[in-house]
Design a protein around this ligand. Sequence first.
Ligand code: BES
Ligand code: ZN
Length: 659
Amino acid sequence: MRPLRSAAGLLALAVLALTACNRDAAPAAEPAAPPAQAAAVDRDEHSYAEPDKVVTEDLALDIALDFDAKTIAGTATYTLQWTDQAATQLVLDTRDLTISKVEGEAAGGQWQPLQYALADADATLGSKLTIETPERNAKVRVTYVTSPDASGLQWLTPEMTEGKQLPFMFSQSQQIHARSWVPLQDTPAIRYTYTAHVTARPDVMVLMSADNDPAAQRDGDYSFKMPQKIPSYLMAIAAGDLVFQEISGRAGVWAEPAMIDRAVAEFADTEKMIEVTEQLYGPYRWERYDLLILPPSFPYGGMENPRLSFITPTVIVGDKSLVSLIAHELAHSWSGNLVTFSSAKHGWLNEGFTSYVENRIVESLYGKEVSDMEYVIARNSLRENIASMPEGTQALAVKPDVALDADDALSAVSYDKGAWFLQFLEQRFGRENFDTFLRGYFDHFAFQSITTEQFLAYAKENLFDKFPDTVTDAEIQEWVYAPGIPGYAPQVMSRNFGIVDSARLAWLGSAQLPPRQITDAWSTQEWLHFLESLPPTLTVEQLAQLDEAYTFTGTDNGEIAMRWYPLAVRSGYTQANEALAEFTTRVGRRKLIMPIYTALVQTEAGLALAKQIFETARPGYHPITTGSVETLINEAKPAPAPAPAETPAADAAAPAPAN
Ligand code: BES
Ligand code: ZN
């Protein structure tokens, strides 16, 4: 067996390995496309709303939660601003809603019935609700009830919760699911304030993306106010056995009692994160910033609902190693919630800016090495993903003629190519200039919804023209409108990953595991890099050796699980199957479980196991996750399972979705 090298040798090896794996794809040969037309003609294809005729200024909800029927029922009242004085209709988005009445407030203040038509459902967009408003009422009121299968809600029985005593429900409105629990103009191009009066059984606490009171009494009757204008995808509600503990005067955690202490310890740095972001980009403008810890079926890692980020419990791993998720959701308070994309096609304005800001927060709080590791992990997976994406979806700004699935609209391109572009600008213009520019940008467009072209016009005036000859037009065009990653994109190297690479290469060559004193110091990020850089398949003996040393099978760390189990599946390491099934049944976060299902459905035997897991897990999954898994299983084309030893270096390693 080959002995391990010295630390210096390890480092040299590591640099070599990293250079090899970080090499970019060749720069896109195709010339950059010209920018799309100005904002005015940009239409949100995911909504029936007609913002050029009428916009909602305020929404007042008066609703009741029924945990037995799994429904929300009540009224939504819109205060409208008619921009087209010839308009005669108000068009709203709905999905699976039953509408029982529509009224308009007449000039004298009395409510009168209005005629309306609910169109047949479109599979993607839902049902267009057209209300006849010949008098262009200043207020319109819709009485409705949701379906128990509403795509934007999950209703959990007490057995499906941590405490097992009370039921739980929560919403996930982004991208176009708000319409499944409120009839509304469901496009981020429109912003409005809202109030809500919500009744529920008296033993559950109700929270919204609004002014939650940490001292609120549970009595089944709650009132909320959101005085800042928000887009519809930020409408949010949750109810359950929720208790509060503070982190600072303006930040705290809501969670089930059994989770609260662990959550508060994990997210103790939240106030520091707010302060750092304020220093960089200006004041936090939403008053409180609280976290709501959801059950493990929450289909995302986090959701930036204003004043109350919704957070998966899968990042509570005991060592704060996954708290960049909090940095991310908090960063949206500037990039996304304050300055918002006007449609999902400009998704990078939300997610790319946020991933960049997230990384700056992580660097400030935990140091450059940690932020570098996170960039390397993200960019390795971007490179892997982008290669198999159609060219049209590889551009930051998606062209009008490219169709987008709203649930998948935000790919690794929006997040990681977006952040990369901003890091490129930062390096060219210098950190100080770029920070000043971004701060000005958030201020200039505060509480507005904008397009890529509006950003570019602002950047031209306030950055590109101010420091001429720093970037070329062609470079900007390539970053924003061309596929692939520019060959001159800045490179990030992680020293720590160099050590990981050397250890991995040494183990692959000699079966000698790295010394304990090295791996004992590894954080989650180093383990992720170790697992990700392994060949697509290993022998069962190799996996058993790793498992014995590091106990990957059964890990509580979802980021490790989502890399280890697919490797186990591809390599025929069936010893992991039981724990894999347990993890995939308990957790509903799409990013973590889709790679596992994707690996499974490549073979007949795996597909059978996938179907079995899905059947058991399905009642506990969120509708968004159910939809993704169902499609994957239905479209699977499994190959008969070869003996593990002959498995070709599998193309089975399908890219993971970015969210
Ligand atoms: N806003 C997104 C979640 C989202 C995106 C929901 C698109 C629906 C459609 C959220 O801020 C997010 O990016 N979450 C990531 C977190 C990660 C990148 C740190 C997730 O859920 O994994
Ligand atoms: Zn995000």
